[in-house]
Write a protein that binds this ligand. Sequence first.
Ligand SMILES: Nc1ncnc2c1ncn2[C@@H]1O[C@H](COP(=O)(O)OP(=O)(O)OP(=O)(O)O)[C@@H](O)[C@H]1O
Length: 379
Amino acid sequence: MIRLQNLTKHFDVPGKAPVIAANNISLEVKKGEICIFLGPSGCGKTTALKMINKLIPKTSGKIFIDGTDTDELDAITLRRKIGYVIQQIGLFPNMTIENNICIVPDLLKMDKKTSRNKASELMEMVNLDPKIFLKRYPRELSGGQQQRIGVIRALAADPPLMLMDEPFGAIDPINRAVIQDEFLKLNAELGKTVLFVSHDIDEAIKMGDKIAIFRDGILEQCDSPDEILANPANQFIKDFVGSDRALKRLKLTNVTDAIMPFRMAVKAEDPLDKATKKMQDRDAHIAVVVGPRGRARGYITKEGIKGDSSGFVGEYIDHLPGTIHENDTLHDAVSQMYAHACDWLPVVDDNGTYKGYLTQHTIATLLGEAPRKQGDKIV
Ligand SMILES: Nc1ncnc2c1ncn2[C@@H]1O[C@H](COP(=O)(O)OP(=O)(O)OP(=O)(O)O)[C@@H](O)[C@H]1O
């Protein structure tokens, strides 16, 4: 969708050497992807973004949108393809929210009814009641509400590409998390390609399909969040993402990725010798007792059985420490393990059906931080 090729910007500074704000940047973002431009202050994120919509002229290099060299497009034609959101929002104070949102469609002489319907639809998608808010003025909205309008306004003319420069930077952390979630949901429906400037690694991990990390105008690494956290390209990236990068990866990884390769389910009416053999064959320490429709009811352990081979599983059932849903993240799983002071959890689906289990050790192994294991035990 968008490709930067050796994009370079030198700012001339009288009497001094030029500032190289962008140094041979090459990257590609596919249709529908969100790419976060991340890096410390002054590394060139905003400059890179503004060269794309020609707010800053580039020194050299190329920018292609859908295969078209943007040098061939005048600024006005180009900007019709691009929605632009900035931290300062820039709503016109003397215009209603509705007219603010429809400013670009109106300039483009698009059908008024269609653009007003679109405005209402977008308002609903970010949980702002159009009946209440469309006729208000910007001063009658909170900062977070105004920022939502800024996003909607950029989307109103339905551009395929969105440039967002620290759009949620001025919003308090709680509202920022809400507006980030709303934007992700909104864009999952709209499928825009998004370039998003941030200096917050957590925001980048949450929002990005890709993260491009810059230092002094140089693109140091551009990869998926998980790849950046798992394999930082150099010491700068390692320091930038933080020493807790393994913990950050927990939020990106689904429970099912750390689930044991065997399900290890038994029934209360199973003879103990059969259950014990099953556990021994897999070198497993735990077996989950399932009831009707495969629901997790409890569990047994090798230690709990104490070598009894003549009885039945039902005599030794312990209460489950809790359960974790198959769609949850490893971060949710670890939080639960700490909350319940346990080192394993059974995984269930929407119906409570038991799918398998994970342990602290399988999580650590998956994140590449643990030694070799056998079964579900560390060796
Ligand atoms: N008009 C200009 N003239 C000279 N230097 C400039 C100009 N605009 C930006 N710069 C310099 O270019 C470099 C990159 O600036 P840019 O605003 O792109 O950084 P940034 O990563 O977006 O920073 P921040 O996170 O603080 O917004 C900085 O060193 C900045 O001082």
